[in-house]
Design a protein around this ligand. Structure first.
Ligand SMILES: Nc1ncnc2c1ncn2[C@@H]1O[C@H](COP(=O)(O)OP(=O)(O)OP(=O)(O)O)[C@@H](O)[C@H]1O
Length: 610
């Protein structure tokens, strides 16, 4: 059975496609947003075209024409110093917008860059930056601005630069929280496993998620910046030589009883701009929330099965090879110990000395109950343990190189290029913000150094090879538009796209239904034969082991208790724990008898170990 692209969540897919592709159109249909666009457009045009819209100099004071009424020469009259009000209003738009933009841009740059680094890398930078941000927030803004004015003089630009620093926490907190939430998403791990560098991950996968909140915050902060800047000038704390809306207000306030209309123009300009910015931000947020509602990110909730009650002997049972295996050793894990630092300073050991060997072209199964340390072993090989986890002892030698001795940059070249990864949850490992095609092309361009066109051609060939019926269509689709089985095929295509020597597949069929599981196992078997690639497959399912593997290592409590050729272990399990796992399978069904040709079996996943 082949899954069809059309049979998956059609309503959701249609809704999100519409939401995503028509955001601009929907914003234009939103009355408030349209009003905001028009007002902001006119204000920006007025600022740009000021010299064309009025021939008057905004600072030219004609003392013979103080507070004159509107005339052909001065359409809005003159102010208390005999300056043309229209010219000051238009040039004031320029200066007020530019100053607010400067302050907001400084706040955004500091806050966004700081938030991205602190959120993504965490550790000491997060502590230091959180401390600095708290300090900035504790400072009384107006006092800082007054102090800056006293030291640096009454400069409009300097005041807004200081204001920008004071408002940086607004961006920092937003971005930091968003990044902390998204950095644990599996698609970020998947990009890392594919060998994508940190800068690319931040720029592409993380920034795309926080982009919309940043735009919204930018609009809100810009509205505040306009009001604050006008307030400073109104209080006489700004640079009076620059025509701004705040300076106009200050001047008009002094002549309020003689010509109150002078107060109207700058007030209307400030109010309209601030309201338009706030309306735009609100409308954008509403529209994004609408499209966000249909985006579902799935995370697997792990269950832990009770361990079979067996006594664990100290020694590992090693089954001898039935025939001499001359294939070269590709991966040699020796006495691997993995631990997690605990808050009380102790170390929680989750892998207690695992040793296993994967030869070239071999499919090696790592089987055990839930929580036995299979995934931790796999992640240690990739050197991608979650925060707090570290390799405490032992070695992981891959192709003759001890992976522990490689720098991060060197390791990045190994991941994706020489060792690739197939995860258990296909959907969560694809970034919902990008098409499937772009997610296949990106690692290939980085790892193989090929052009986008070549990478696309290769991606389409791979999609066809992994059994996707309409490669072009899937290439252009977003992850939510395909089924779980198709997503897993896509990830398998990605895993073999850079011609790796070893594929680590972490329970690649667990999240799929039984029929699709069988198809995915068929596909893996076919690809393995075709490419001669080695596979280390993590599973808790003996059916998968029987179906795919040459050799198997049985794991319990962070230790390998039995290892050897699949046929030997199925025929004659020695360790009580392995026997108990077989018993657990046989409890519910008929005995399967001796395994004659384990590797030739094509049965779908059978019983589970946990
Ligand atoms: N971040 C962590 N901090 C502390 N312990 C952890 C952490 N992550 C995993 N562990 C522990 O490591 C042990 C092994 O987990 P691992 O995920 O490798 O099990 P597994 O055999 O792959 O199980 P499953 O089949 O459920 O994936 C578990 O006891 C788990 O509680």
């Amino acid at each position: 059975m082949t899954e069809s692209i059309t049979n998956v969540m059609p309503d959701t897919a249609t809704e999100e496609r519409a939401a995503r592709s028509h955001l601009a159109r929907r914003l234009l249909r939103n009355g408030a947003a349209l009003f905001a666009f028009i007002v902001l457009g006119l204000i920006v045009l007025a600022a740009i075209l000021a010299p064309l819209l009025t021939p008057q100099d905004p600072n030219f004071a004609n003392i013979q024409s103080l507070l004159s009424a509107p005339s052909a020469e001065h359409p809005l009259g003159t102010d208390g110093a005999g300056r043309d009000v229209l010219a000051r209003l238009l040039y004031g738009t320029r200066y007020s917008l530019a100053a607010a933009l400067l302050g907001t841009a400084i706040a955004a740059i500091l806050g966004v860059v700081g938030g991205l680094i602190a959120g993504y890398y965490g550790r000491w930078f997060a502590s230091v930056s959180s401390w600095v941000i708290s300090l900035i927030m504790a400072l009384p803004g107006i006092v800082v601005l007054l102090a800056a004015r006293a030291v640096l003089g009454p400069s409009l630009w300097m005041a807004m630069a200081v204001f920008g620093v004071l408002l940086a926490p607004a961006f920092f907190r937003l971005v930091y929280t968003a990044v902390v939430n998204v950095r644990g998403e599996l698609f970020v791990d998947a990009a890392r496993v594919s060998g994508v560098g940190d800068f690319s991950i931040i720029g592409r996968h993380i920034l795309s998620v926080v982009r919309a909140p940043i735009i919204i915050q930018f609009a809100f902060v810009m509205g505040i910046a306009i009001a604050i800047q006008a307030g400073l000038d109104f209080l006489g704390l700004g640079d009076t030589s620059v025509p701004t809306w705040g300076n106009m207000l200050n001047d008009a306030f002094a002549r309020m009883y003689k010509n109150p209309v002078l107060l109207v123009w700058p007030s209307v300009a400030i109010a309209l701009t601030s309201v338009a910015l706030a309306l735009f931000a609100n409308a954008l947020r509403d529209e994004l929330e609408r499209s966000g509602r249909v985006r579902v990110r799935r995370r697997r909730v792990r269950g832990t099965a009770p361990a079979p009650a067996v006594v664990l002997p100290a020694d590992v049972v090693v089954h001898p090879e039935t025939t001499a295996d001359s294939r070269e050793k590709l991966l040699v894990v020796d006495s691997l110990v993995v631990g997690y630092d605990q808050p009380d300073g102790s170390l929680k050991q989750v892998v207690n000395g695992v040793s296993l060997t994967v030869r070239q072209g071999e499919v090696h199964g790592l089987i055990g109950e839930s929580g036995s340390g299979k995934t931790q072993t796999a992640w240690s090989i990739l050197r991608l343990l979650p925060e707090g986890g570290r390799i405490v002892g032992g070695s992981v030698v891959f192709g003759g190189t001890d992976l522990a001795s490689l720098s991060d940059t060197e390791m990045r070249k190994v991941r994706g290029r020489r060792i690739s990864y197939i995860p258990q949850e296909p959907m969560s490992n694809l970034d919902p913000s990008f098409t499937i095609g772009s997610q296949l092309v990106e690692p290939m361009r980085i790892a193989l150094g090929i052009s986008s066109a070549d990478a696309k051609k290769r991606a389409l060939e791979l999609l066809a090879r992994v059994g996707i019926p309409n490669p072009e269509r899937t290439y252009a689709a977003y992850p939510h538009e395909v089924s779980g089985g198709m997503a897993q095929r896509v990830l398998i295509a990605g895993a073999v796209s850079c011609e790796p020597d070893l594929v680590i597949a972490d329970e690649p069929t667990t999240a799929l239904d039984v029929t699709v599981q069988a198809e995915i196992l068929d596909l893996l078997r076919g690809l393995q034969k075709e490419l001669g690639v080695s596979i280390l497959i993590v599973t808790h399912n003996f059916g998968v082991v029987a179906d795919l593997c040459d050799r198997v290592s049985v794991m319990r409590d962070g230790l390998i208790v039995e290892t050897g050729p699949v046929r030997a272990i199925f025929a004659d399990p020695q360790h009580p724990y392995t026997k108990s796992l077989f018993d657990a399978i046989l409890e519910d069904g008929a005995a399967r008898g001796h395994l004659e040709h384990a590797a030739d079996r094509h049965a779908p996943a059978g019983g589970a170990a946990s």
